[in-house]
Design a protein around this ligand. Structure first.
Ligand code: NAD
Length: 296
């Protein structure tokens, strides 16, 4: 079998155009422009790249982008004061604090100071609780993107065996929760899982979110399974710098029914879902109809 490729880049473009259409409606019908504020503390090069591309894409879909770049030495008091200002700013519908924060700042405290209704990363403890109890919440962007691609590929996910490899708060746990909410039978595997290959071989859906280059080989995959590769790992191969996922693409693509590539799979969906969450947050804040197909 040769797997069909789930094209995250094309899918993300579709999501962004749906967001842009909804933004246009909000402007014309209600004179509202959704706004996303991104806060970056320090000068981590990877974070700077992410923040720049988030800002660019926010503007491209017609929303307002507010960038707050703070010195690496910024105190917790000053950062919390900025978040308080953004919480109370009616032009700001989504707030994202770029992680990781410098060590002297308490990430949990900072994230939990964001108004949950503006928490477009879905990391606030209230949103985690709402997702965990199957209620309307802001959903973390990367797992939301994976869910959208899975729903698009399969239609209903009900009754499928899903194995999520990785139990982080950012990807693994919310992913498992979303799959459970869609009536999958879900296993969360991690570094202490006994017989990981045997567990993964049971899966109709495998989501790999580990951070270990090409650790899942094709012989762990049940024939015809759908493989979603969240991993982004930089490796040196043949003297070149290469981006690879957590699954060994070549061998998995021979066995799987469908697979996401790296790059061009989950990655582009993450920013698209951030924009989707912002337009959703804006619609909810104004008591208006939410965009269709852009939420969990
Ligand atoms: P993390 O380090 O917080 O969590 C990794 C998880 O993998 C842990 O729960 C750990 O138990 C598990 N793990 C580690 N070694 C294992 C092993 N040998 N067997 C089974 N499980 C093992 O990482 P994260 O933030 O969840 O990110 C995971 C990967 O996804 C990384 O490569 C990251 O770069 C990538 N990522 C991509 C996007 C995107 O937009 N595509 C977004 C977030 C993260």
């Amino acid at each position: 079998m040769t797997a069909s490729v789930i094209d995250g880049k094309a899918f993300a473009a579709t999501v962004r155009s749906k967001v842009a259409a909804h933004v246009a409606r909000l402007k014309t019908d209600h004179n509202i422009t959704p706004g996303l504020a991104v806060v970056l503390v320090g000068e981590d090069p990877a974070s700077q790249v992410y923040v720049r591309s988030k800002g660019k894409m926010t503007v491209e879909v017609g929303m307002k982008s507010f960038e707050h770049k703070l010195d690496v030495e910024t105190s917790e008091t000053d950062l919390l004061a900025l978040i308080d200002t953004l919480n109370n700013d009616p032009e700001v519908h989504g707030i994202l604090v770029q992680l990781p924060l410098p060590d002297h700042l308490d990430s949990d405290l900072v994230i939990n100071s964001i108004d949950p209704a503006k928490d477009v990363d879905g990391f606030h403890i209230s949103n985690v609780g709402l997702l965990g109890t199957g209620q309307k919440s802001m959903v973390p962007c990367t797992p939301l993107g994976c869910l959208m691609m899975l729903r698009d590929h399969h239609g209903s996910l009900s009754g499928k065996n899903a194995v999520v490899i990785g139990r982080s708060n950012i990807v693994g746990k919310p992913m498992a929760q979303l799959l459970l909410n869609d009536s999958c039978t879900v296993t969360i595997a991690h570094s202490r899982t006994a017989d990981l290959p045997g567990v993964v071989r049971q899966a109709d859906i495998v989501v790999a979110a580990v951070g270990r280059p090409e650790m899942v080989p094709g012989d762990w995959i049940k024939p015809g399974a759908t493989v979603i590769d969240v991993g982004i790992n930089r490796i040196e191969r043949d003297g070149k710098n290469k981006l690879v996922g957590d699954v060994d693409y070549a061998s998995c693509a021979e066995v799987a029914g469908a697979i996401t590539p790296v790059p061009g799979g989950v990655g582009p969906m993450t920013i698209a879902c951030l924009l989707a969450n912002t337009v959703t947050a804006c619609s909810r804040a104004n008591g208006l109809v939410e965009p269709e197909g852009l939420t969990a």
